[in-house]
Design a protein around this ligand. Structure first.
Ligand SMILES: [Cu+2]
Length: 143
């Protein structure tokens, strides 16, 4: 399955490089580029853990986000950790999205961590850019 996905072009945008620099930081430095309002009017995650916010872990292992769907209180942070030997991403949207992702991690190598705070209620679907066929339709629901 990995072979078919290798045909996809690798995105090498400036902000992706910037995200790499910030990969180990909790503060993502503000709203990601190309952010726009959601159809349901909920707020965008602006990055950066809120003081005192709770952290929820999502493991990436065996080409699976676990849990695949997570519900968190407003202001909490989700921390994704890659336990696989292959790189993954946490990319907002779905593989057939026509708009740029609102948030996207850099490529997470083994034990790579990506953290994102969600200050506003809403629902966020995400997938892995390198394995879009099998690692998709995952959700962060902020209540
Ligand atoms: Cu992946």
């Amino acid at each position: 399955m990995a072979r078919a996905e290798a045909a996809r072009p690798v995105r090498e945008t400036a902000w992706c490089v910037a995200a790499l620099v910030l990969a180990s930081c909790v503060d993502l430095g503000g709203a990601p580029p190309d952010a726009g309002p959601l159809p349901d009017g909920s707020g965008l995650p602006e990055g950066g853990a809120l003081d005192g916010g709770v952290v929820f872990d999502v493991a990436i292992a065996g080409l699976v986000f676990s849990p695949k769907e997570i519900e968190i209180p407003r202001g909490a942070t989700v921390r994704w950790t890659n336990y696989d030997a292959v790189p993954h991403t946490v990319t907002e949207g779905s593989p057939d999205s026509v708009t740029p992702p609102v948030f996207e991690s850099p490529y997470l190598s083994t034990l790579g961590v990506y953290e994102l705070a969600f200050p506003q209620p809403g629902e966020w679907r995400y997938y892995c850019f390198t394995h879009p066929l099998i690692m998709k339709d995952c959700f962060v629901r902020v209540r």
